[in-house]
Design a protein around this ligand. Structure first.
Ligand code: GYE
Length: 341
């Protein structure tokens, strides 16, 4: 009896031991399986990107460049938000990035003013902010780590210098030239810079008359509307300076509908900005006289900046992307084929 009980006790002990071992081993297995990706995820750098909208071909290319850079393969977790051209949406997105404790905030500010409070909040949370494409107008420069984008004043000046040369070439240097300007989103860096750059060159020429300048929000629809108004108001427009390709497409439609012609050999000279592929095709066919390039491929630059910040290196206050000028003379078939946007 005694023996029997001790036998069953031993058996129960062995059985329990086996169950415990199985549980330990089994749970170890499960832990190993889902622990590994969790470690990987932990190593990823979380980046919150507040894109200002999707108003233009340029913007679509810029978004693609960012999304192609901040991939999981590159070690990132990207939280992307499109603000649809509204500052309040950007403020909301940035605040949500702060509450999610992202590692970096990248944002393309729709306008330059009104960012102090939210940038202060990011600073207090210890999250570095990198500006992309456009700038902010703040007194405290420590509110952002750096900016990656274009020199918009230089772009505007390039347009002015090109017109100067073109008029000289045509023998019109001293004659009256009537100019209208289609401007981008009011208060945005690209609008401010391109306007400043172009008007500073214009102010050197007494014969240049800027008849009007109006905002058309960088969109094709508004570009067409504003151009239509200009054509109704002014009979003698010689030059259109349009601050992006999308507005240019709309403006050219309006000009043609009014019975006038554009481009090389046409009634109205067209100066545009961005140089997306559709526009470059129109440069090649002579419909747009000149396109001042604005480079949307900023993802790679942003990756490099974050690498530097991660390594504790000092970063510059600004990084400018490389940009060119296109006319019928240098838009080749190869360039058009290579253009990814
Ligand atoms: O030129 C325009 C876009 O800020 C450089 O914004 C950017 C401008 C670009 O909508 O197409």
């Amino acid at each position: 009896m005694f023996r029997k009980r001790s036998y069953s006790l031993v058996m129960t002990g062995i059985l329990m031991g086996m169950i415990v071992l199985l549980m330990m081993f089994g749970s170890r297995l499960f832990l190993d399986i889902d622990e590994e990706p969790r470690v990987e995820e932990e190593k990823r750098i979380v980046v919150g990107v507040s894109q200002l909208g999707s108003e233009s071909g340029w913007r679509t290319a810029n978004t693609e460049s960012v999304q192609n850079a901040f991939t999981t393969q590159n070690g990132y977790f990207l939280i992307f938000n499109n603000a649809r051209q509204k500052q309040e949406n950007q403020l909301k997105a940035i605040r949500s990035f702060i509450s999610q404790r992202v590692d970096y905030i990248i944002f393309s500010p729709v306008v330059e003013t009104g960012w102090e409070t939210v940038l202060q909040e990011a600073k207090e949370a210890g999250i570095p902010v990198i500006l992309m494409d456009r700038n902010v107008d703040v007194d405290d420069q420590s509110l952002f780590a750096t900016c990656v984008g274009s020199d918009f004043v230089a772009e505007g000046e390039k347009a002015g210098r090109w017109l100067e040369k073109e008029l000289r070439k045509r023998g019109y240097a001293e004659e009256r030239v009537n100019i209208v300007m289609l401007m981008g989103t009011e208060g945005s860096s690209s609008q401010i810079g391109r306007t400043t750059g172009f008007t500073s060159v214009a102010s050197e020429h007494e014969s240049w008359h800027i008849l009007d300048k109006e905002c058309a929000d960088f969109t094709s629809i508004k570009g067409k509307e504003v151009m239509r108004d200009f054509l109704r108001k002014y009979q003698d427009i010689d030059v259109v300076v349009s601050q992006n390709d999308d507005m240019t497409f709309g403006a050219i439609e309006a000009i043609r509908e009014s019975g006038r012609t554009v481009g090389v050999g046409g009634d109205i000279v067209i100066l545009s900005f961005d140089a997306v592929r559709n526009a470059l095709e129109m440069v090649a066919s002579g419909d747009i006289n000149v396109d001042i390039e604005c480079n949307p491929n900023q993802g790679e630059y942003l990756l490099r900046v974050i690498d530097m910040l991660e390594a504790g290196e000092q970063v510059e206050r600004r990084y400018y992307v490389e940009e060119d000028i296109f006319t019928i003379e240098n838009v080749t078939q190869e360039l058009l084929q290579e253009r990814t946007y």
